[in-house]
Design a protein. Structure first.
Length: 238
């Protein structure tokens, strides 16, 4: 079946129906959600960390579902595109981020047995995938969808410019999200911004949404194993 991929007739690609202004509106909504969730749930209400992760994941999934449904963006087709490259890049970047955790964070005591398995699943994989979706996948896919079919999108140099805008949007999303936590309104903000430039690569290169979440899950599972009481990688810290 023939569909429109970023404004061109291709086969098996992602279909985008709406124009630039609609996607920018959704991106603005993503920024609002990114700040509101940690600020309200963590700073104001001071929810339990694991409850926070569950509500955070639900809100991000809802954001993606509503954006995809309202704009006609085919997420299934997006997952199929360059999936092997996205998987391999995601795993490679996950390894890089794991090394960064070990080298930059102190080792702390951790639980074992069932409690450790639950922490790896909830704090490592669930939270890591959720973070990757909101901080990288959402802004990157929305920016590319916004420029679909434009003159900029028809040239290779233009695609490079779009990629730069998408990375800037991802960095901005990461900054806004971490600003929602009181303890990240400091020099600590530098670490997630550096991390974003790394964990965004798999999705930025392939435009497949699975890459960045895999990389980000690698970061958080490493934090659970190495520095369970980390002051950086598993917020909120109250």
């Amino acid at each position: 079946m023939t569909t429109h991929a970023f404004g061109r007739e291709t086969r098996g690609e992602v279909r985008v129906w709406h124009g630039l202004s609609v996607h920018w509106a959704w991106l603005a909504g993503g920024f609002a959600l990114a700040f509101a969730v940690p600020y309200l749930l963590a700073d104001v209400l001071e929810l339990n960390r694991d409850l926070f992760y569950g509500l955070y994941a639900a809100s991000v999934v809802a954001l993606f579902a509503l954006w995809s449904r309202s704009t006609g963006y085919d997420l299934v087709a997006a997952v199929k595109r360059r999936w092997l490259a996205a998987l391999l890049l995601g795993l490679a970047v996950a390894g890089v981020l794991a090394v960064m955790v070990v080298r930059t964070d102190d080792a702390t005591p951790r639980p074992d047995g069932i409690e450790l398995a639950a922490a790896l699943a909830w704090r490592g994989i669930l939270y890591g995938v959720t973070d990757g979706l909101l901080l990288s996948v959402f802004p990157i896919l929305v920016v590319f969808a916004a420029f679909a079919g434009t003159r900029l999108d028809r040239r290779f140099s233009g695609k490079v410019v779009i990629g730069a805008i998408a990375l800037a949007a991802s960095l901005a999303m990461t900054a806004v999200y971490h600003a929602g936590y009181s303890d990240f309104r400091s020099e600590k903000m530098r670490k997630p911004l550096v991390g974003d430039a790394i964990w965004s690569v798999p999705t930025l290169v392939t435009l497949n949404p699975i890459g960045a979440p895999i990389a980000h899950a690698g970061l958080h599972t490493s934090a659970v194993l190495h520095s369970y009481e980390t002051d950086t990688f598993l917020p909120p810290h109250r």
